[in-house]
Write a protein that binds this ligand. Structure first.
Ligand SMILES: Cc1cc2nc3c(=O)[nH]c(=O)nc-3n(C[C@H](O)[C@H](O)[C@H](O)COP(=O)(O)O)c2cc1C
Length: 134
């Protein structure tokens, strides 16, 4: 499932995203991930640095929803998909280097969480709000 071009453009150089997961008992959880980014036209990712409930939930249930909002580019979408943990290899090394290079005192990357897109939904405040885009 391909992300729309405008969503790809917003995510290409990284963007804050809100990541929603579900606990084993059905409790919803949401966390901000400033490391949200585009991997390719069918996958997003974020760096797992601090995740507790997000990580625990995704290890039991890989369903994830990600909200992306960038008013300047008129992007307000929810991406639903499946998460997988990448703990080594070129993507992990690249993201680890990027985070270390920020020199922001952040901890080492535990995992890169790859999100494979399954559907995209309109979160705008308008006539198409709530509708499926792809
Ligand atoms: C602006 C901002 C950006 C953040 N970016 C990340 C991030 O990229 N990766 C990460 O693991 N945690 C990040 N966090 C921390 C998470 O929002 C959250 O505190 C962490 O996942 C623990 O919550 P959880 O138990 O619900 O997972 C960020 C927090 C803020 C305020």
């Amino acid at each position: 499932m391909k992300l729309p071009e405008n969503v790809q453009n917003v995510m290409r150089n990284g963007h804050n995203v809100w990541v929603a997961t579900t606990g084993e008992d059905g409790t919803p959880n949401i966390a901000i991930k400033g490391s949200g980014s585009l991997l390719d036209d069918e996958n997003l990712f974020f760096a797992d640095l601090f995740s507790k409930k997000t990580r625990a939930n995704l290890l039991k249930n890989d369903s994830v929803a990600v909200a992306i909002y960038e008013p300047d580019d008129d992007v307000a979408v929810q991406v639903k998909g499946k998460a997988s943990f990448v703990d080594s290899g070129p993507l992990f090394d690249k993201v680890s280097d990027t985070i270390a290079g920020l020199q922001a005192g952040l901890p080492p990357v535990k995992s890169v969480v790859k999100i494979t897109v399954e559907s995209v939904w309109d979160l705008s405040a308008g006539p198409n709000s709530g509708e499926r885009i792809v």
